[in-house]
Design a protein around this ligand. Structure first.
Ligand code: SAM
Length: 326
């Protein structure tokens, strides 16, 4: 239920119309960005406040949207694993920018001369704090996050994978494209010892073991579901809860699998790839969604300065690079 506290400023009709637009837009936007079924939010209040600028000594009205949620960091994008120079909490700017763009387009100067948007977020009592969350396959089916006719479901059944990793608006693991790549590569190569960095659910390690690896080392900042997901393959694996960027391999590996979040891939190419030269022969690196062509080219150029690219796999959704250091 929304309480409009002040309708005097700027004209009631315009304001009421803007407010009903905001409610619809913001609901759609947030639910399209956050698919976690536990996440809840509610627009508690929309009011109009005065905002004074010390830079111009002028005053403007701000439409303040007060949102109540059971996961503030998730709503604001504050706990994402980002490269060291990225901005945490940027979702707030994104929501405001999106709403303002729409309203400016719809209401023209009558809107933009009078108002701008402020989003104020508070937490409800029953909050949870995870940003990235593991869901059991059955729960993901139940909530409609994946369907039984999907490639992801097929591949998870094939390798008896139990968990998906969700964050934001997407499923971050396991990756159908990476599994497809590993199946192709194991047809021609024999990677016995595998290092699985940013291993998430540990699914890629499990796939490697099924395909012929003797040992896999899973490294991730959150290792909570890996051993459960590995099942009887856990005896061939070591699980390390560590920061992938500071991890130092203690043994020799044949292949390093790198599947960071897309935003991290440039940093991985710059900092992590060179670290393994002389110690690990092959790498398989999921660099980005293939729709991000420009970003993919940038990461590929960076890889080429440090290593050899043998093949670029264009998967259904991702761009994956297979290479070596020789
Ligand atoms: C795209 S997901 C990887 C999915 C995984 N390959 C799978 O099959 O489930 C990225 C993973 O990187 C992990 N991560 C991000 N930054 C990290 C860091 N600095 N150190 C260790 N793990 C990190 C996250 O916890 C997440 O599990």
């Amino acid at each position: 239920m929304i309480h409009l506290v002040d309708t005097k400023n700027g004209g009631t009709d315009l304001l009421n119309s803007i407010i009903s637009d905001i409610c619809v837009l913001l609901n759609d936007l947030i639910f399209s960005m956050i698919i976690n079924p536990r996440f809840k939010f509610n627009i508690r209040k929309i009011d109009v406040i005065d905002h004074f600028s010390v830079y111009s000594n002028t005053s403007k009205k701000a439409i303040r949207i007060t949102i109540e949620t059971n996961n503030r960091p998730l709503l604001l994008g504050q706990l994402l694993y980002l490269p060291h120079n990225s901005l945490h909490g940027f979702y707030n700017f994104y929501y405001c920018g999106y709403l303002e763009g729409y309203l400016r387009h719809k209401y023209g100067s009558s809107y933009s001369k009078k108002f701008f948007i402020v989003i104020d977020v508070c937490e409800t009592k029953n909050c949870f704090n995870e940003t990235w969350e593991y869901l059991l396959l059955d729960e993901a089916l139940d909530k409609g996050i994946i369907s039984k006719t999907s490639d992801l479901y097929a591949v998870m059944r094939k390798y008896e994978l139990n968990y998906i990793l969700i964050g934001g608006s997407s499923i971050s693991g396991p990756s159908v494209d990476m599994i497809d790549c590993l199946e192709k590569l194991y047809g021609n190569y024999s990677f016995k010892k595998v290092l699985d960095l940013f291993s998430g659910t540990g699914s890629l390690s499990k796939v490697c073991i099924v395909l012929g690896a003797e040992y896999a080392e899973c490294v991730d900042a959150n290792t909570s579901v890996i051993s459960n997901n590995l099942g009887d393959k856990a005896k061939y694996c070591r699980i390390l809860c560590e920061n992938a960027f500071s991890y130092e391999p203690k043994k020799r590996f044949d292949l390093v699998i790198l599947e960071p979040f897309y935003d991290q891939s440039l940093e991985v190419a710059e900092r992590l790839l060179p670290k393994f030269a002389g110690r690990i022969k092959w790498f398989l690196f999921n660099i980005s969604g293939k729709r991000y062509q420009c970003w993919c080219s940038l990461v590929c150029e960076t890889i080429k300065r440090k290593a050899n690219i043998i093949k670029i796999f264009e998967g259904k959704t991702s761009m994956i690079v297979f290479g070596n250091y020789e």
